[in-house]
Design a binder for this molecule. Structure first.
Ligand code: ATP
Length: 323
């Protein structure tokens, strides 16, 4: 057995090396996956000029979208794009059309997997549609520079990401030239200044995993303060589903009201207050828009929205909330 020990150890080391290589390869793919799959067109122009001229309305015009399959991703990297399959039944979004007038709020609702997140990612140009067009201020997003698009569209996602750095640095990420007074104003508007003012190091407090641990609601409000500093014309918001205690929930809601006022917004809605407040609700099911209207109109229609309203949005008693 002793004589076998050396070779066996060597073999198991080989396996470990292979496994490590596979894991790193997957990691690389994961990272690549997060990168937007789009680049500036040679003729791309600055979207802010269009927004200044006509306001930041958002329009989805007969949009179809299909995620590339793993096969296609590797084929595409080998430049064999011509061999891609094109079966419309695989489409994640089909013929999606709706508009958000400048300064209005549209709530997106629909069952899990309907395509709401995908749709919101086309507005931030994480991907380009496979059919149709997404326009802001009348400009096809494929014709504008990514820098000007990022300056125009702000995103608040469910999990607010903070860097392991000071609160001030986290906020200045949105606007490097902001003064301390600007930061305080944004924190006040986002209903989180009271907390920051109480911390011994105030704006210079290091937050993140290894720093001061903020609660979920506090992190969201800091993310909203960051959005307010960036002051984008369009906001894409994925409302949190995670349960916040009611005080935190009210503060987040007040901060969001502040952030959305006067801006064009597309909200993946999970709260009754949001759908009631929206100028229009777009109901998505299996990648298609199946209903559009206000809360009252759609409840009266008694279709999918009315069903979602009864099962997801209607106020329910909070079990054991006191705990
Ligand atoms: P939820 O409310 O559960 O978040 P959703 O309405 O936001 O759902 P999407 O996340 O847009 O739905 O997903 C729509 C469809 O696209 C789902 O079938 C999902 O599995 C698929 N999908 C999402 N992301 C990818 C991806 N990166 N690659 C391939 N398919 C994806």
């Amino acid at each position: 057995l002793g004589r076998l020990y050396g070779p066996l150890t060597a073999m198991s080391n080989v396996q470990v090396d292979v496994m490590t290589a596979l894991v790193s390869f997957e990691r690389v793919l994961e990272v690549l996956d997060l990168e937007p799959s789009v680049t500036d067109a040679p003729h791309a122009h600055d979207l802010r000029a269009d927004v200044a001229r006509r306001g930041a309305d958002v329009e989805l015009d007969a949009v179809g979208f299909r995620y590339p399959t793993a096969d296609e991703v590797s084929l595409a990297s080998l430049e064999s794009v011509a061999t891609l399959r094109n079966d419309p039944s695989d489409d994640t979004l089909t013929d999606v059309s709706f508009a958000v007038p400048a300064g209005h709020m549209v709530a997106l609702v629909g069952p899990s997997g309907a395509g709401k997140t995908t749709l919101s990612q086309l507005v931030t140009r994480m991907y380009d549609p496979t059919r149709g067009a997404v326009r802001i201020a009348g400009a096809d997003l494929r014709d504008v520079t990514l820098d000007s698009l990022r300056a125009t569209v702000g995103v608040v996602s469910q999990e607010a990401h903070l860097f392991h750095d000071t609160i001030a640095a986290n906020l200045r990420f949105a606007r490097p030239e902001a003064t301390d007074a600007d930061l305080v104003r944004a924190l006040r508007q986002a209903h989180v200044w009271d907390l920051v003012a109480r911390l011994p190091e105030g704006l210079e407090t290091v937050v993140g995993d290894r720093g001061y641990r903020l609660s979920g609601g506090e992190r969201q409000r800091l993310a909203i303060a960051r959005l307010l500093l960036k002051a984008p014309d369009v906001v894409v918001l994925d409302e949190a589903t995670a349960h916040l205690d009611s005080e935190s929930e009210a503060a987040v809601q007040a901060a969001l009201d502040e952030a959305l006022t006067g801006r064009t917004s597309l909200v993946i809605a999970h709260r009754l207050s949001t759908v009631r407040q929206a100028d229009a609700i777009v109901v998505v099911d299996r990648g298609r828009v199946v209903e559009q209207g206000t809360h009252a109109e759609l409840v009266a229609r008694d279709g999918l929205y009315a069903e979602l309203y009864r099962t997801q949005f209607a106020p329910t008693p909070q079990p054991a909330d006191a705990a």
